[in-house]
Design a protein around this ligand. Sequence first.
Ligand code: PLP
Length: 299
Amino acid sequence: MSLVPFDDRDGSIWWDGEMLPWRDAKLHVLSHGLHYASAVFEGERAYAGHIFRLREHTDRLIESGRILGFEIPYSAQEIDDASNQVLAASGLSDAYIRPLAWRGAEQLSVSAQQTKIHLMIAVWAWPNLFGADRMKGVRLGMAPWKRPHPETAPTRAKASGLYMIGTMSKHHVEAQGFNDALMLDWRGQVTEATGANIFFVMNGEIHTPIPDCFLDGITRRTVMRLAEKRQIPVIERVIMPDEMKHATEAFLVGTAAEVTPIRQIEALDFTPGHITETLMADYEALVRMTPEQVRGSLT
Ligand SMILES: Cc1ncc(COP(=O)(O)O)c(C=O)c1O
């Protein structure tokens, strides 16, 4: 797979209120965020020129920063405006948007009281997390790492440091030929994949783990609402790995993954079926509506 390096692309990046040429958006190596993972981010998608559920993402970004003990020095409206500005500058109508807030280089020690909080927003084309494998259904292997107890890590925040667990897990299963890792938590309960939430179809109902130690995704909540509108019961509950064999369908949901069918989890096979296909189609239709129509449709 040929990948254009992220520091060698054309375009503009919004950084602390200015639009910088993409290649000039460089960070000092002694930045606190780089050494101590004092950083939070978002992953958003624009469809047909609108950033889907932008304010929910912006609110979560601000809240993630607060959980890590810092205040992003921009209002939600300013962040929304900056996101739309950088999307417009990209010339893309379907795109991935990545805001990141981090502690700067003013102080480099565990204590970081003197650091300034920075914010950048970049936009690029990124069709789907799983690329061509998505429509066939993806294959998951079990992660060797566990999602931590909420008193061990800031599990409600979309915090950069938490992705260390995801990268190690994903690399482990990719080496075995899987597309992604399914993570358990410290109790052995099913949680999510490394960048998407998980749903199972059992007896015509949708079952999904309770997000008490992992991200309660914006797509997760959106898809739960879409299922309710179709009168498909959605049950949030503890799911143990040995129950997965009772599922007839399984799928992942997330901003980057959208709604992606699962065809295998370790030795278990699943066939993407009616419920997965219905929710994929409903989600595809929803994301292409205007923000007002989205709000109207989800209430
Ligand atoms: C670890 C993790 N879980 C779940 C999700 C899904 O969240 P959302 O639907 O808000 O994108 C993501 C993606 O942001 C993620 O990185």
